[in-house]
Each structure stands twice: as structure tokens, then as C-alpha cells.
Ligand binder design. Structure first.
Ligand SMILES: C[S@@+](CC[C@H](N)C(=O)[O-])C[C@H]1O[C@@H](n2cnc3c(N)ncnc32)[C@H](O)[C@@H]1O
Length: 183
């Protein structure tokens, strides 16, 4: 599986509003993100999903946005300011082998990021320990970069981390799974 990092300048394309034709963030996230939650956006990029999550968690909630690249986080900060959502958003710079995320969180989104991480087992272990006992993860990977076999390998690692694997919500041009901390 590839472990290359999405170049930071592609972040602008990923955060482009036209992407909503394919990925409607509120529709994808509404079943999992509710008012007052603390949620993680892992590999947030420039915040295409982070801002939608900030809307869903409301004024009492928090979105912890984690990314490897400072350029992604800088652009996300500006986008959050423009949207008036900065107070709900915490920016966290990751290193290659540590998401450096602090919880406890109710929910984590890992959208098109796990295939860029070399040690996926460590990533999943860290997510597991950052979540509340009832927490869950929406794992989404791009079909173009991740075969079904590779996706199932990630899902198997999630089971090893302690997650129960649930349904696969339909997400355009992607493979998906819900990972739950409890059975
Ligand atoms: C393909 S982009 C997806 C961005 C966003 N989730 C989206 O769907 O618009 C992958 C993102 O994961 C980040 N990333 C890659 N490896 C990472 C790691 N080990 N920890 C945190 N972020 C990482 C990259 O910097 C990039 O912003």
C-alpha cells in the first residue's frame, strides 16, 4: 500500500466546495456527530470535513483537527476564522508516527488518510485509547489508492486494536467501515 503524503497544495482542491457534489459532509457525518460532542478529524487537510463537524457539534462542542502538515493546518485556521468557527476548532500537528491527539473524544473521522500512514496499527491503537468507552470511528479510504484486500487488512488491524467492525456507510468512490469501541 502507498504511504506517500498528499501534497499540501492538493489540500485546496480537497477543500473546494465543488467536492460537495460527491461528498456532502453533513450528510456523511450527521449519523455520528451530535451537539456538544468532542470529535477528531484525523488527517484533516484544510478542513473540508472539520468545518461541517464544527457546525454539527454546535457551540458547546469541539473539533480536534490533526494533520502532519503545517500548511494544511494554517489554511484550516484561516477557513475556520472566515466561517466564525475558530472557537470550536483545535489544531494539532501530528508527527509521522504519533497523532498527538488528546481526548477523550466521542467520535473520530479518518477520511482518506490511513493509507498515508506507515504504522496503521499504531494509528488505530492511538485512536482507540483517545476515544471514550462508547466512541466510534468512521474510516473511509479512496478506492483508487486502496484495494478491497488492503482495506480489509486495515479493518483486521482495527479488530486487533479492540474495535468492533460495524456497517459500511455508502461514500462515493470510497470504501468505508464504522469501528466501535463497544460491542
Ligand atoms: C488525502 S488527504 C485527505 C484530507 C481530508 N481528510 C479530506 O478528505 O479532505 C490526507 C491528509 O492526511 C494527512 N496525513 C498523512 N499522514 C498523516 C499522519 N501520519 N498523521 C496525521 N495526518 C496525516 C495529510 O497531511 C493530508 O492532509
Amino acid at each position: 500500500m502507498q504511504h506517500h503524503t498528499c501534497p499540501w497544495w492538493l489540500g485546496y482542491a480537497l477543500a473546494n466546495p465543488f467536492r460537495r457534489i460527491m461528498h456532502e459532509p453533513e450528510k456523511i457525518l450527521a449519523p455520528f456527530v451530535r451537539d456538544g460532542m468532542t470529535v477528531l478529524d484525523l488527517g484533516s487537510g484544510m478542513g473540508f470535513f472539520s468545518l461541517a463537524m464544527a457546525g454539527l457539534v454546535g457551540a458547546q462542542g469541539k473539533v480536534i483537527c490533526v494533520d502532519l502538515q503545517q500548511e494544511m493546518l494554517d489554511a484550516l485556521r484561516k477557513r475556520a476564522e472566515r466561517a466564525g468557527l475558530s472557537e470550536r476548532i483545535i489544531l494539532q500537528r501530528a508527527t509521522r508516527d504519533d497523532i498527538h491527539a488528546t481526548g477523550p473524544a466521542d467520535f473520530a473521522l479518518a477520511f482518506w488518510m490511513a493509507h498515508e500512514v506507515a504504522d496503521v496499527q499504531k494509528l488505530l491503537d492511538q485512536i482507540f485509547s483517545t476515544l471514550k468507552p462508547s466512541g466510534s470511528v468512521l474510516l473511509v479510504e479512496p478506492r483508487i489508492h486502496v484495494t478491497e484486500r488492503e482495506f480489509q487488512r486495515i479493518v483486521a488491524l482495527a479488530r486487533d486494536a479492540g474495535f468492533t467492525v460495524g456497517e459500511a456507510p455508502p461514500v462515493s468512490i470510497s470504501r468505508s467501515a464504522i469501528l466501535r469501541k463497544t460491542t
